[in-house]
Design a protein around this ligand. Structure first.
Ligand SMILES: Cc1cc2nc3c(=O)[nH]c(=O)nc-3n(C[C@H](O)[C@H](O)[C@H](O)COP(=O)(O)OP(=O)(O)OC[C@H]3O[C@@H](n4cnc5c(N)ncnc54)[C@H](O)[C@@H]3O)c2cc1C
Length: 387
């Protein structure tokens, strides 16, 4: 990837990937999105199709079963999927960026060999267990504990709002837990791999969410969950710092997903504005509607350039924290604003759940909350600006 990419001039391999995922989205994802949304069902058959396309292995080397691509490739796939179905896109985002990536970034060779081939093939999913009832934006407020007992860790506590944590193919949850006290009295937080088959681990009943109905989200409880000390992921006491790194890059992925949602709203609105007639002409012939759509297109495009920029910095090894937060902020707001405008353009139909824009309206709100709320992004950007 070059240092800066114009959105209209993707190099061939990226353009080809985007087209493949776009075709898959149109033929496989879109036709069943409303049904899974209405029934709150996890789309196993769609996920299996994505696995077959190699999407779960996109940014990982071939030696671990990956496609040998990069993080930008993952972002392009997320953007395409989210145009039609944010639930399917977040399943990929959480599976790759939050599930497999911590193992790839911080695992030792044995852990990588054990877990990555299953995860990169899409046959198994891993979840990222950071948030707790008392630790969301303030993730350092972790209360879950992991105490050493002989050759094991014994984990007790709970996590909440954890994506992909209770599907039939979920095999692993990486959790942050307090493993001791540092000099100066601060909590020592480490990351531990917990296979979901471990006794004492429970994925509680799924949440009844406003949106993302086909995405899997559960509270988790840990009741004397015993795993070997070898399941420590990365350095002891670096769990919080390592998860923050994962969240920094995850924000670029969420920005890409948000751009897909924002663009999906534009595409639906253009189609509908040409088709729907009122007062004897298409509603798009009114400047009020055309300008609304023009503004929506501008928001999607601006947010896209922001995530392309953050991804380019990340891939070239330069600092990207601020740009990732800017991209996440701009793109999540673009998605929410475009969903609101698209719903307005669809009139009464926009308020009917079966319509894609209505689904985007319900789905997009979480984009301003998950992987760092809007306020957290503003805090990070302000801090980078020296405030
Ligand atoms: C569908 C869904 C999926 C999720 N998936 C995962 C997952 O896979 N793994 C995981 O670990 N977590 C996950 N989360 C959790 C998500 O990341 C948190 O909900 C989010 O970080 C916010 O934390 P909170 O809910 O505790 O809100 P809080 O931190 O309690 O924030 C409440 C409000 O206060 C604001 N606020 C807090 N502190 C400040 C401050 N200092 N200044 C100004 N405003 C402030 C926030 O911005 C927010 O508006 C998921 C959540 C949802 C809803």
């Amino acid at each position: 990837m070059t240092d800066y990419l114009s959105t209209g001039a993707l190099p061939d391999e990226y353009a080809q990937l985007a087209k493949t995922v776009r075709d898959f989205t149109r033929s496989v994802v879109a036709p069943v999105a409303a049904e899974h949304d209405a029934n709150h069902t996890f789309p196993y058959e769609v996920i299996a199709g994505m696995a077959e396309l190699g999407l779960f292995g996109l940014p990982f080397p071939e030696q671990y079963g990956g496609q040998g691509g990069d993080y930008f490739a993952l972002c392009l796939a997320l953007e395409e999927l989210a145009k039609a179905d944010q639930s399917v896109a977040i399943t990929l985002e959480a599976g790759v960026s939050l599930g497999a990536m911590p193992v790839y970034r911080f695992g030792n060779e044995e852990q990588k060999q054990e877990w990555l081939p299953q995860l990169t093939s899409g046959k198994a999913l891993a979840a990222f267990g950071l948030t707790e009832p008392g630790a969301g934006s303030d993730a350092g407020g972790t209360r879950t504990t992991a105490l050493e007992d002989g050759a094991d860790w014994v984990i007790n506590g709970s996590k909440q709002f954890i994506t992909n944590s209770g599907t039939d193919i979920t095999k692993l949850v990486t959790v942050t837990a307090v493993t001791g006290v540092k000099d100066g009295g601060k909590k020592e937080i480490s990351t531990i791999l917990v296979p979901t088959s471990t006794p004492g681990f429970t994925a509680e009943p799924a949440y009844d969410k406003v949106g993302w109905h086909a995405s899997d989200t559960h509270p988790l409880s840990f009741d004397d969950v015993r795993v070997p000390q070898e399941n420590l992921l990365g350095e002891r006491g670096r769990g919080y710092a390592n998860f923050l790194r994962i969240l920094d890059e995850g924000r670029i992925a969420i920005a890409a997903l948000s751009v897909g949602a924002a663009q999906g709203c534009v595409d639906e609105s253009v189609r509908y504005a040409k088709e729907r007639e009122a007062f004897g002409r298409p509603i798009g012939a009114n400047q009020a509607i055309a300008f609304k759509i023009a503004r929506m297109e501008a928001r999607a495009h601006t947010a896209r350039t922001a995530y392309y920029d953050a991804a380019a910095l990340m891939l070239s090894g330069k600092p990207f924290k601020k740009q990732a937060s800017i991209a996440k902020l701009a793109a999540s707001e673009a998605a929410m604003d475009n969903a609101r405008d698209a719903t307005q353009i669809f009139g009464g139909y926009g308020f009917m759940n079966e319509y894609a824009v209505a689904r985007h309206y319900r789905d997009s709100k979480i984009l301003e909350i998950g992987e760092g709320t809007t306020e957290v992004q503003l805090m990070l950007i302000a801090r980078e600006a020296g405030l």
